[in-house]
Design a protein around this ligand. Structure first.
Ligand code: AMP
Ligand code: MG
Length: 402
């Protein structure tokens, strides 16, 4: 029985296995999935931090009407904490310095007038002052020991800065799945070759490998001819030391579509073959016990592309323990009619509108062989199977690939 997209997706996610973890220097962890909580080793900020260059005073003195303050000392950033000895005086303070003891308020130079008084520097305050101004209070952002980063977060630029500031030099991240990408087809020639009229260059697997690269995964790849014996012989060694196979082609009804039989002979348990979707109907999925999970994607480029973002990528993310991302939705900008009883994945361009919604503009699309149609699109809009007419202005999920 041909599965619906929802059932196929559930079946795919049921096979998710934990890839385990590895420890990396934090500088090398960008783009990876964090697998441990990271706590604040100190309060944020770690001390009462001066936020403007100027003078630090005790507000009480100002409140009692004092306008002129003699300078006792200078508190530089990076210097240990000074103490004001006479609260009628001030200490010059620099941005990033610790606030001197017995002071609580910082007045910036812009609000001061300097003068010399018998070799002593003094500052007259112009304008109003509020208690505690220009002081970033210790712990006011984050208390010590707060969990700042949780397992499953993707480490990006903001996370890199936080890892650095808490001194987390070594960080536990998800191990990357070992992926093999498999091209099939006697019509395919290497990219550097000049194809004969009846040949095409291998392209799908480069899309797949580029998508994988965006998750930090470098895949190995092979190209299989359409001969059953050769396919088997070349696939068998890949059973070891790979977690995931992603193949392209040879899963439809053609005379040379041997891949389902070859996989079965190698011992793969087929979980499903064919899904009620367009493109990508011939998608086959299975697992080897103690071996790789197999995403056997159809050869048509748009089909493979759609299946990668709809099934493979969510599997990879789940296997790395990544936190789930909320589904995205967009508003269809044209009426679309689609008669087959299949879930329709329509290539669309996404545009943010001033009202905060996202518009989905269908792109010229000539079917699953139309690789170039993906150039102007950003996502597939998932149009549900139980309808045939999709009105302009209606809202549906989108699976983004850009
Ligand atoms: P298949 O699923 O093997 O019948 O292939 C469907 C279509 O996709 C055929 O036109 C193939 O030539 C094409 N195709 C399959 N694999 C690739 C590939 N790796 N690169 C480019 N085109 C491919
Ligand atoms: Mg083929």
């Amino acid at each position: 029985m041909m599965l619906t997209v929802a059932a196929a997706y559930t079946a795919v996610l049921q096979t998710v296995r934990d890839m385990g973890t590895e420890v990396l220097p934090f500088e090398a962890a960008t783009g990876r999935v964090l697998r441990e909580p990271v706590r604040a080793d100190r309060p944020f900020p770690p001390f009462d931090r001066v936020t403007m260059d100027g003078i630090a005073i005790l507000y009480d003195s100002f409140a009692r009407g004092q306008q002129i303050f003699g300078v006792e000392d200078i508190q530089a950033a990076g210097a240990p904490r000074l103490q004001l000895s006479n609260t009628a005086n001030c200490i010059e303070v620099m941005t990033g310095a610790i606030l001197p003891e017995l002071t609580d308020t910082v007045i910036p130079y812009e609000q001061l007038e300097a003068s010399d008084h018998g070799g002593f520097r003094r500052f007259a305050i112009a304008g109003d002052v509020t208690l505690g101004q220009n002081v970033h209070r210790k712990g006011s952002d984050v208390a010590e020991d707060t969990v700042l980063l949780s397992p499953g977060m993707l480490i990006g630029p903001a996370e890199a800065g936080v890892l650095a500031t808490v001194g987390k030099t070594q960080v536990q991240v998800a191990r990357l799945p070992r992926v093999a990408v498999i091209a099939t087809g006697d019509e395919l020639v290497p990219v550097a070759a000049t194809p004969e009229e009846h040949q095409v260059r291998i392209s799908n697997i480069y899309s797949l490998m580029a998508s994988l690269q965006q998750c930090g995964i470098t895949a190995v790849y092979i190209h299989l001819s359409d001969e059953e014996a050769v396919m088997r012989e070349r696939l068998e060694p890949l059973l070891q030391e790979t977690d995931v196979w992603i193949s392209s082609g040879a899963v439809s009804a053609g005379k040379f579509d041997h891949l389902p039989a070859v996989l079965q002979r190698l011992g793969m348990q087929q979980i499903f073959h064919k899904v009620q979707q367009r493109p990508g109907k011939p998608f086959l999925f299975g697992t080897f016990t103690g071996g790789p999970v197999v995403f056997a994607l159809p050869g048509n480029p748009v089909s493979g592309f759609m299946c990668f973002y709809r099934y493979v990528l969510p599997w990879l993310k789940a296997a790395m323990g990544a936190q789930e991302t909320a589904p995205a939705y967009a508003v269809l900008q044209e009426k679309v009619t689609f008669n087959p009883s299949l879930e329709y994945y329509l290539p669309v361009k996404l545009q943010s509108l001033p009202d905060g919604t996202t518009a989905a503009v269908p792109q010229p699309y000539h079917g699953s062989g139309d690789l170039a149609s993906l150039l102007s699109a950003d996502a597939f809009m998932a149009l549900p199977q139980d309808k045939h007419v999709f009105e302009k202005g209606s809202c549906y999920p989108v699976w983004k690939f850009r």
